[in-house]
Every structure is written in structure tokens, then in C-alpha cells.
Design a protein around this ligand. Structure first.
Ligand SMILES: [Zn+2]
Length: 501
């Protein structure tokens, strides 16, 4: 672990999240060191403690997870760790909490949204974390102002694929940092506040640096909006002209349940929620969160939970089945004359596609219409827009393999996107002063691989290494393809500028 800095100032580090070729295990450190009456005092905030998806590649037999290493921050009082802020509820930002508690560590107080707490409680129950071991949790919302020692923090809502995702404005004497969290610029989100652009515009003159979620940076234009997905779904259902629509959704993306429901409601088709325990668990969470499908239906359509034959009869063969299923249940009496499928996730529903093929039921997939899937992270256009609001800020990319950023440099320079140099990697501590951010110290990055022996989590240190081609990376982009794509965008921009002149 890095030694406690000798100079006062604001420090930032990606403990996990800026991997060589992987995107998970997010965890970021902010430490401000100031002097009061000749006494130096630090204030440290950790943002997110996620789990690293590809723990198998780290080769510890019997492993069940891997987590970023925050042990030094927990053990050495000089850092003065004040709190952990959880930007949202996705496992790559949240699940490390439970493993630390199971390994016997005490964590500081947690801050996050109401939905994040609901998901965390589920994890506590799943891992049998005793009530007295659970850290105090403070529920925050858009606009809240918090103080952690000499760090002032303001909470900003962000558009992402779950409820209650937040970004942060982190303010010290030396700099003002906007930590985006997972985010896209989408003002069409349903049932929650979108990315708070109004506040960002107001704060623009003060913001020096943006610690940004660059996950989607290799796609041009704006990220898919929830309204795009809704419009596409509505159009496809209408065009199919079929009585029964099969619309499976990815269980952990609650916004898709809602968008699918709203599309059915718009077309006055009844809704059947039907799926595996995972789906039903999230459906219950959405309703516990305060969303009532029956209230939204307001008698215009019927809503059925399950596939009881008597209930289905009342729907008069006019319905959309929203859920997670890998077969066309006999209960629905689906055939090619009365049914149509809309597949909203890439590989997850492959067995279901097979079923539709076997019954000759027509269907469309995300390969035909990418906007069916939705997307939680900003594309290049989102960041181009952010850069136009926050003129001259320094971008500090995260949530992105290092090679993507290195390939992006030439295009970024052309677009006047001011990128930090060198690209930060896990384990590197940077010192931020106004719009400059320089490498201060580094250590070899490592992961803590978690294995369970009965109730107790054991942690094994493993040095970070490239794990290309395995698991999660298959969904992302190769070094070569990424380089070519950025070159293409650069040429397109040069050409269009040339034509404009
Ligand atoms: Zn996320």
C-alpha cells in the first residue's frame, strides 16, 4: 500500500476500476490533507467497493469473488477514513462491502440511495451478515450536501440502468472534482431523476476535474435513451400485429421492466409478469421501492403475476409477457400465428431464441435493433456534450481498460477533450491541484481473492494481471478494433470539418 503522503493536498486513486483490460471491481479513494495549528489532518472518502468479475482468472482454487484492497485505509489511522459512498447498487460497485464484513473487517458509515440499501440488505441476508456487523447506512438523494472532514460533497442524480444512481461533487481547498459514477446524459429516464445537468451547468465555472465513467466511450453519438427503447418497443409490438408478445428482460435492469410495461400500457395490451426467482425478486424490489404497476394500469389493462390458467383466460389472448424465461410455457399456448418475440439482451436469452425457432414464432433481437437493450453508460457524444458544458476541465477516465484511453488520445485532442496524462492505473496515487493532476506515487496493483471457509471469508493477495479473452472482456472491445474505431471517428470529424469550411 502507498505510504501516507508527506505533502498536504488532494489525492485521488483508482484502487479498482482502472484495470489493464477488465472493467469491474470499482473502488476510488479521495484523501484531502490539510494543516490545522501546525497539525496535519487527513480526510479520506472511499467511493464504491465493488467486486471483480473475473476472479477465476486469478487462479485461487475455491475462490468466489475478488475485491479491491482497502486494508491499509482501514488499518492506518493517518488516512482518517470517514465514509464509503456507494454510487449505485450494481455488484461491480457494491458487493465488496459484504466480503469485507465477512472477512471480519469493520467498515465506516455508508452513504447511498434508498434502492442501493434495499439491494445491500438482500446481500446481507444472503451472506448472513449479523445485524450488529452492518455499518450504519445514510440514505442520500439528489442535492444532499455532506461533509467528511475537510471534504465537502454534493450528491447529484445520474441516469443509469438502476434506481438511485448518483454522481458526486467533491470539493477541497485545492480542487473541485465531479465524480460521475456510472452515467449517461439521458433526460428521458422513467421514475427517477436523470443526470442533473442543470446543477452541472451552474457549477461549471468551479469544476476542475471530472473523474468520468468512460465505459461507453468507443461508441459515437449519444448513448441509447430510455425513450428510444420505449419507442422502439412500442413500434415493434404494434407492427407485429400479434395477440401475444414475449418480451424477456434482463433481471437486474429494473428500468427495462418499466419501459416494457409502459409500452404495453400505451398499446392497451395486458401484462403478464412471469419469470424465474431472480426476476421475481427484482420485481418485488421494484414494487417495494414504491412503484405500483396496478396503479399505473388504472383499470386500462389487467396485470397478472404468474401464469395461472384462470388468470390468463381473463386477458382474452391480448397480452405482453414480461420476464425471464427460457421456454414458451405451455400455459401461453403460443404458436406462430398468435405470438411474437422481442429479445432485449444479447446472449442471456439464447435458449429462448431456440424455443421460438422450434415453434416457428417470429421474433426480433438486439442484433436487429441495438436500442432494445438500453445502455447505462455515456457514449462519446455524451462526453463531447459534457465537455462543452464544463469547458476546459481535466478528464480523469475510469471504468475502462487502460488501452482504450491510450487509443483515444489523438481523437480526444482533436475534440479538445483535455485528458489526464498518463492514463491512471489501479494502484497509482495522483495529486490534484486545480486542473492539474500528477502522478505522486505508485504501487503494484493487486486484488484480494475471496474464498469461504464455512462462515468466514479468507482473502488471498494476487497481483493484477492481464486476463484478456476471458469472461467479461469478451463483451468489450479489443485493443486493435478500438484503435481502428477511434481513427475512423477522427477521419469522419476531420472530413465534416473540411466540408464545413
Ligand atoms: Zn452500473
Amino acid at each position: 500500500m502507498i505510504e501516507f503522503p508527506k505533502e498536504n493536498g488532494l489525492y485521488w486513486q483508482a484502487i479498482g476500476g482502472n484495470n489493464i483490460d477488465q472493467i469491474s471491481g470499482h473502488c476510488y479513494q479521495y484523501t484531502d490533507i490539510v494543516s490545522y495549528n501546525r497539525k496535519r489532518e487527513a480526510s479520506t472518502l472511499i467511493v464504491d467497493i465493488g467486486k471483480f468479475d473475473n476472479h477465476q482468472a486469478l487462479n485461487v482454487s475455491g475462490s468466489s469473488a475478488a475485491i479491491p484492497d482497502i486494508r491499509e485505509l482501514l488499518a492506518d489511522a493517518s488516512w482518517n477514513l470517514k465514509a464509503v459512498f456507494l454510487t449505485h447498487s450494481h455488484p461491480d460497485h457494491l458487493n465488496g462491502i459484504v466480503h469485507y464484513l465477512k472477512a471480519g473487517f469493520r467498515l465506516p458509515e455508508l452513504f447511498g440511495g434508498k434502492y442501493t440499501l434495499m439491494i445491500l440488505k438482500q446481500l446481507y441476508d444472503e451472506f448472513a451478515v449479523a445485524a450488529e456487523k452492518r455499518p450504519k447506512f445514510h440514505i442520500v438523494k439528489d442535492g444532499d450536501k455532506l461533509k467528511f472532514g475537510s471534504l465537502d460533497v454534493e450528491v447529484l442524480s445520474s441516469s443509469h440502468t438502476c434506481f438511485d444512481s448518483f454522481g458526486l461533487i467533491i470539493r477541497s481547498k485545492d480542487a473541485v472534482v465531479y465524480h460521475t459514477g456510472d452515467m449517461k446524459i439521458d433526460n428521458s429516464t422513467c421514475f427517477r431523476k436523470p443526470t442533473n445537468l442543470r446543477r452541472l451547468k451552474a457549477l461549471a465555472p468551479e469544476i476542475d476535474c471530472v473523474v468520468a465513467d468512460f465505459y461507453g466511450i468507443y461508441d459515437d453519438g449519444f448513448a441509447v435513451k430510455e425513450s428510444d427503447t420505449y419507442k422502439k418497443l412500442t413500434a415493434l409490438i404494434k407492427k407485429s400485429d400479434k395477440d401475444k408478445i414475449f418480451l424477456p428482460v434482463y433481471p437486474t435492469h429494473p428500468e427495462m421492466y418499466l419501459i416494457a410495461f409502459l409500452a404495453a400500457l400505451k398499446l392497451k395490451k395486458n401484462v403478464v409478469f412471469f419469470g424465474n426467482p431472480d426476476f421475481c425478486g427484482y420485481l418485488k424490489l421494484i414494487m417495494d421501492y414504491g412503484i405500483s404497476f396496478d396503479k399505473m394500469a388504472a383499470g386500462r389493462i389487467k396485470v397478472v403475476y404468474g401464469h395461472d390458467k384462470e388468470d390468463l383466460k381473463k386477458l382474452k389472448n391480448n397480452y405482453v409477457v414480461i420476464g425471464t424465461y427460457n421456454h414458451v410455457s405451455l400455459a401461453f399456448e403460443a404458436d406462430r400465428h398468435n405470438s411474437f418475440g422481442i429479445i432485449t439482451a444479447k446472449t442471456f436469452f439464447n435458449p429462448f431464441k431456440g424455443q421460438l425457432n422450434a415453434h416457428n414464432i417470429p421474433f426480433v433481437t438486439v442484433d436487429d435493433y441495438p436500442e432494445l437493450q438500453g445502455f447505462g453508460h455515456g457514449f462519446l457524444g455524451d462526453y463531447e456534450y459534457l465537455n462543452s458544458i464544463l469547458r476546459g476541465v481535466l478528464f480523469i477516465p475510469t471504468h475502462c481498460p487502460v488501452y482504450v484511453i491510450d487509443n483515444f488520445r489523438e481523437l480526444a485532442a482533436y475534440m479538445h477533450i483535455n485528458l489526464i496524462e498518463p492514463t491512471p492505473r489501479n494502484g497509482e496515487l495522483f495529486k490534484i491541484k486545480d486542473k492539474s493532476c500528477r502522478l505522486y506515487a505508485a504501487q503494484p496493483p493487486l486484488w484480494l481473492v475471496v474464498s469461504y471457509h464455512g462462515e468466514m471469508a479468507c482473502l488471498t493477495e494476487v497481483a493484477q494481471k492481464a486476463t484478456s479473452g476471458m469472461g467479461f472482456l469478451k463483451r468489450t472491445i479489443s485493443n486493435r478494433r478500438c484503435r481502428r474505431r477511434f481513427k475512423m471517428y477522427l477521419h469522419a470529424r476531420r472530413r465534416s470539418e473540411h466540408h464545413a469550411n
